[in-house]
Ligand binder design. Structure first.
Ligand code: G16
Length: 543
């Protein structure tokens, strides 16, 4: 048997992040680095033996090599069947769906999400378990601990599999199924949404512009929007996945989706402009001259989701990650459905989804999704908006304005301070953590601090506790400041400052966000001392 046991050494930097392992590509290219991590997964998860494993990636540089390694190691570790997306492509939500559909014991998606790709860029792996949700914090920690003492890994040395050709081949005792990466996912979308209505909406001349940012969603968007929904050919742009994402930064936000933002701000803007990220789980939603923040998108979808066939019977529950605006809380309160505030990281929604206590959930980091898979889903969010536009007969601005009139508007911004030194990051976080108790009751320019804490989450399903999930300063319903350390950066420490301000006065609902939040930003500096402690006068990015 050509299975080789190869000596390796432990790698000490594989600290678990918010969503799997993410590092500079050069780190992943070190001999044995990826192998070390994969073997640790196989050792810690014996359920993969004799079972089905789904493998794909977002098409970035190093994807194909990593997939070949993963296939060879799966074979050597007794996996019975490997399902691979043709060409090595699988979006994160499509992989989650496949794991569920094929009853797989797990899946690997090679991606560093929205981070840039290439030899100088980032690479990564998301590991999902049976059911299609990402590995829990405990499991990731176990894998990490195991990788620190691993002495060898197992790999099958055989012929190279042609991952571009669909069909079933054998490698050793393992069956390798190379499948179309879009088909099953597109069928799922068609089962959830009213494709007839959306098709008719396009026929009436309504327009969409979807920017795939040269990442994984291109083939999905083409099949769904163009082939199945009959949208005009120019509805999907940057649709060819490229190893370097065309030199771009596939992070669908106002900073990096510039071309799309320009289209949405133009006089003849399409009815809906949208984008997704490297691995297809994030989404950006824009109307003509209108940015819908992720927190607003979540709240507006929650208020209108009954217009979508799969959700016609109503919502079981709603959830948002802690730093996401509290816009959706108001929808939950009014409709009386169960509501949860979870830490950042999609995996925290999964227990609630599995327990049938959640239908719709979302995050400020441009993630929205439902109980159809166990990942956030960029194209799902775009289809949900399309379905609501087509069925309601209203425009984006009519829907948004009606929502804000009814519930009030939560102006929101996130200020990112990237690549800080560990010492500066610690100084800001520890400094604020120490002063939190003393802030309660203090007044800042008419805003009184009602509560201030270090967010701790008690999972209502399994009772697990996640501590130190971000520092919150709560000015009642009116405003909130949150500060937390990112778990996905690959250089230094990234701090994220979240600003949220509720406005209910009708004539103040259509103002400029930066202007509305300027006073709160000044209060945040007085409380957090970010500029003072780090020397950064302005954030690296504002979204
Ligand atoms: C991952 C997680 C998300 C999380 C996001 C941001 O997204 O899946 O749940 O909100 O990271 O994390 P942070 O603020 O810690 O950087 P993705 O799209 O990067 O996989």
């Amino acid at each position: 048997m050509p299975i080789r046991e190869i000596a390796t050494r432990p790698y000490h930097d594989q600290e678990p992040g918010t969503a799997g392992l993410r590092r500079k590509t050069a780190v992943f290219q070190q001999p044995h680095y990826l192998e070390n991590f994969l073997q640790s997964i196989f050792n810690v998860e014996p359920a993969l033996r004799d079972a089905t494993l789904v493998i794909g990636g977002d098409g970035r540089y190093h994807n194909r090599k990593a997939i070949r390694t993963a296939i060879a190691m799966a074979t050597a570790n007794g996996v019975a069947r490997v399902i691979v997306g043709q060409g090595g492509f699988l979006s994160t939500p499509a992989a989650s769906h496949l794991i569920r559909l094929r009853n797989a014991a797990g899946g690997f998606v090679f991606t560093a999400s929205h981070n840039p790709a290439g030899a100088e860029g980032d690479f990564g792996i998301k590991y999902s378990r049976a059911g299609g949700g990402q590995a829990s914090t405990e499991l990731t920690e176990q894998i990490f601990a195991h990788s620190r003492k691993l002495a060898s890994y197992r790999i099958f040395e055989g012929p190279e599999i042609d991952i571009d050709r669909r069909g079933t081949v054998r490698l050793g005792a393992t069956e390798i199924d190379i499948i179309d990466c879009v088909e099953d996912y597109a069928a799922l979308m068609q089962s959830l949404f009213d494709f007839d209505r959306i098709r008719a909406w396009f026929k009436h001349g309504h327009r969409l512009r979807f920017d795939a940012m040269h990442a994984v969603t291109g083939p999905y968007a083409k099949q769904i929007f163009l082939d199945r929904l009959g949208a005009p050919a120019d509805s999907v742009v940057n649709a060819i996945p490229l190893e370097d994402f065309g030199g771009g930064h596939p992070d669908p936000n106002l900073t990096y989706a510039k071309e799309l933002v320009r289209a949405a701000m133009a006089k003849d803007a399409p009815d809906l402009c949208a984008a997704s990220d490297g691995d297809g789980d994030r989404n950006l939603i824009l109307g003509p001259r209108l940015f819908i923040s992720p927190g607003d998108s979540l709240a507006m979808l929650a208020a209108n989701l009954k217009l979508v066939p799969a959700y016609r019977d109503g919502l079981k529950g709603l959830a948002r990650s802690m730093p996401t605006t509290r816009a959706v809380d108001r929808v939950a309160r009014e409709s009386g459905v169960e509501f949860h505030e979870t830490p950042t990281g999609w995996k925290f929604f999964c227990n609630l989804l599995d327990a049938g206590r959640l239908t719709l959930c979302g995050e400020e980091s441009f993630g929205t999704g439902s109980d159809h898979v166990r990942e956030k889903d960029g194209l799902w969010a775009v289809l949900a908006w399309l379905n609501i536009l087509a069925t309601s007969g209203r425009s984006m601005s009519e829907l948004a304005e009606a929502h804000w009139q009814h519930y009030g508007r939560h102006y929101f911004a996130r200020h990112d301070y990237e690549a800080l030194t560990q010492a500066d990051g610690d100084k800001v976080m520890n400094g604020l953590a120490e002063t939190l108790p003393g802030l309660i009751g203090q007044d800042f320019d008419g805003l009184a601090v009602h509560a201030a804490d270090d967010f701790e989450y008690h999972d209502p399903v399994d009772g697990s506790v996640a501590m130190h999930q971000g520092l919150r300063i709560d000015f009642g319903d009116e405003a909130r400041i949150v500060l937390r350390r990112s778990g996905t950066g690959t250089s230094g420490v990234t701090l994220r400052l979240y600003l949220e301000r509720l406005e209910t006065r009708p004539d103040e609902l259509l103002r400029d966000t930066t202007t509305k939040l300027a006073p709160l930003a000044a209060i945040a500096e007085r409380i957090t001392h970010i500029a003072e402690y780090t020397g950064r006068k302005t954030p690296s990015t504002i979204t």
